[in-house]
Design a protein around this ligand. Sequence first.
Ligand SMILES: Cc1cc2nc3c(=O)[nH]c(=O)nc-3n(C[C@H](O)[C@H](O)[C@H](O)COP(=O)(O)OP(=O)(O)OC[C@H]3O[C@@H](n4cnc5c(N)ncnc54)[C@H](O)[C@@H]3O)c2cc1C
Length: 438
Amino acid sequence: MAEIETDVLVIGAGMAGLTAAARAATSGKSVVVVEKSAAIGGSAQFAGYAWTAPSHEVMDEVNPDGDPELRRALVDGFSDGIDWIRSLGVDCADAVTVLRYGTGHQFDTNRYIDECRRRIRSHGGEVHTSAETLALLPLDGGVAGARVRLADGTECEIHSPATILATGGFQANPDLASAHIHPAASEMQLRSNPTSAGDGLRLAEAVGAATGTDRSGFYGHLVPTGVRFRDPSDFVALSLYYSEHALLFNLDNRRFTDETVGDHLTTMDLLEQPESRGLLVADARVYRDWITGSYVEGAASLDKFDLAQRRGGRCGIAENLDEFAYLPEEWGYDGAAIAHQIRSLNAAGADGQPPRRFDSSPLDEGPYYLVEACPALTFPFHGIRIDEHGRVLDSAGGTISGLFAAGSDTGGLYNRAYTGGIAPALVFGLAAADRAAC
Ligand SMILES: Cc1cc2nc3c(=O)[nH]c(=O)nc-3n(C[C@H](O)[C@H](O)[C@H](O)COP(=O)(O)OP(=O)(O)OC[C@H]3O[C@@H](n4cnc5c(N)ncnc54)[C@H](O)[C@@H]3O)c2cc1C
């Protein structure tokens, strides 16, 4: 079997893996990257913003049950992360508000991916695509590299004092989604790259890594039921970000959550409702201000209702609340009951239940725009436990020597909360590379 020696081995060439590899190469380390798919970039190629909570106070408020050490490290490391992106010659726009409580920078993730690869190669590093990682190489209770099958079928042992797992989570594995997110999670449409199927988790568990936290949720968005993604551009186009200004009713014709906290949080709650589907109701004001507008400064705007309708989603327009009585029976909702609740909510204003903390404006301007929605899955919050340096923890709370993880492979940072996916991949990718280079 062929043998390769390197200072740093990175498994997975998306945001976390390429960041770690480019940083380690810049520090003068020899680097080998192995990527399962035929192309690099992972889900990072679909993203547009590096963002997170702007302060510890905001992070603690919006993500109170996340690992305190990781929460702190993410906020503290964010601006260095932005400087790092800029140091590769990739522009990061001025800061804007993201999802009401976050701050972030728009940047060209595809340009960043290319620049990372260029940096790795120009420093003598290797990037192997279509490569399968078979197992980690254990050594004295730690990890000393991995056994890999390269694209031409050759098997080799890559020996390295530092191995960084960055395979992007397990969202493409329905069994793991059911086991760790929710029994109904395997039914969700995949809103991510198709290759993140839990390989990092499996490799880490095989050498005794600690994992967590089950049922901590996932990042995803509401999409129209019955509409399949045709290609990755649909991931954003079909996401119903405007739900935070609309009302969502379950099959019991009840609101069950505060929609105004954010579409990504409502998405988690809808998964747990009957049949994981609900009726999303907007009025003419919400249509004008939010459905056809852009959800974050700099993002393209698109009429989400029109698209959902054209793509065959369950959509309808009611001129007024009386017309809710004519909802198609096969959808399973009692339109008159829903209309009654909207009237009561409009009358109650800020006292309506469940509360609508961030937008309690009435929905009283016809016509009404109705879309049946369901959750789609981008990545889970359960994963490999790490410390703030990206070192993988074992079940006794110690670290597994030679093993690091970053990005969506990791767990513990978020618990039923979210402040960005690019930012933790960036910050902990850099941290892992810096510690690996010590
Ligand atoms: C449509 C969309 C829009 C998004 N927008 C944003 C945004 O604006 N801001 C934000 O913060 N987040 C956003 N995200 C989330 C963000 O893209 C991810 O959180 C981020 O890419 C995670 O980085 P990662 O390196 O962990 O995973 P990825 O970037 O997905 O990379 C993982 C890589 O590992 C590879 N891999 C899998 N298994 C193996 C294996 N066994 N061996 C080797 N390689 C393997 C995969 O093929 C992939 O290339 C978005 C996601 C999507 C899908």
